[in-house]
Design a protein around this ligand. Structure first.
Ligand code: PGA
Length: 249
């Protein structure tokens, strides 16, 4: 059975005191749910968030990591550093990392290998840009992003992978893929994994949708059979909105 997941990507938002305040509010309002709930504060606030959520069902996850074991990589964070503070899941390949920080499929494939080698769970993000969708090339782009970073991994790796389909044109823009567009792409992703592996891997991998998910549209998107939850940006910064999205799932 694949898990249902709602993850909040807080990006470069919230100071430590704001992070703590949001965590207190979320913890107080968290509904009973069979979904996994995750939050991804910025690096400098991870330790504080982990401490504050110790024993809670909310998991603290990281937004990024470097592929190297350690060394002269100023400003970067290693897998061991995450593990040492009890982080078990890391987002890899977010479109902002790809577009603004030059992370190519090749770099992401290295990060995936390192994270898996360290037994970290990966939330792997991918998705097409507006021009790809307009030109009808979106399936090809998504397939090649999967192929370049994931599809040559051993079958055993897939129990540690969560996928997050995030069409770039829907991230932070207020524009969402329609529930039908999300379902169509999620079904395509599952079929791509089925073709590369087998039915049990394809059926058991959680595929999240991300891109302007809000309390008002979450329920309809999550009602689609191949959508197993969401990766939430803007709406995850407001406790009541994030809670409403968890309830929608
Ligand atoms: P958004 O961001 O919900 O603000 O569109 C989603 C994401 O970047 O993961």
């Amino acid at each position: 059975m694949r898990s249902k997941i709602v993850a909040g990507n807080w990006k470069m938002n919230k100071t430590l005191s704001e992070t703590e305040a949001l965590i207190v509010e979320l913890s107080g309002k968290l509904p009973d749910t069979d979904a996994e709930v995750m939050v991804a504060p910025t690096y400098v606030n991870l330790v504080g968030a982990v401490r504050e959520l110790k024993g809670s069902s909310i998991e603290v996850i990281a937004q990024n990591m470097h592929f190297a074991e350690n060394g002269a990589f100023t400003g970067e964070i290693s897998a061991d550093m995450l593990l040492d503070i009890d982080i078990k899941t890391v987002i890899i390949g977010h479109s902002e990392r790809r577009a603004l920080f030059g992370e190519t499929d090749e770099i992401l494939a290295k990060k995936v290998k390192t994270a898996l080698g360290k037994n970290l769970r990966i939330m792997f993000c991918f998705g097409e840009e507006l021009q790809d969708r307009k030109s009808g090339n979106h399936f090809n782009v998504v397939e090649s992003q999967l192929k370049n970073a994931l599809l040559s991994l051993d079958a055993s790796a897939w129990s540690s992978i969560v996928l997050a389909y995030e069409p770039v044109w829907a991230i932070g823009t207020g524009e969402t893929a329609s529930p039908e567009q999300a379902q169509e792409m999620h079904a395509f992703i599952r079929k791509t994994i089925l073709d590369a592996y087998d039915a049990s891997i394809a059926e058991n991998v959680s595929i999240l949708y991300g891109g302007s998910v809000k309390p008002g549209n979450a329920e309809e998107i999550f009602s689609k059979p191949d959508v197993d939850g969401g990766l939430i940006g803007g709406a995850a910064l407001v406790a009541d909105d994030f809670i409403a999205i968890i309830k929608a799932l």
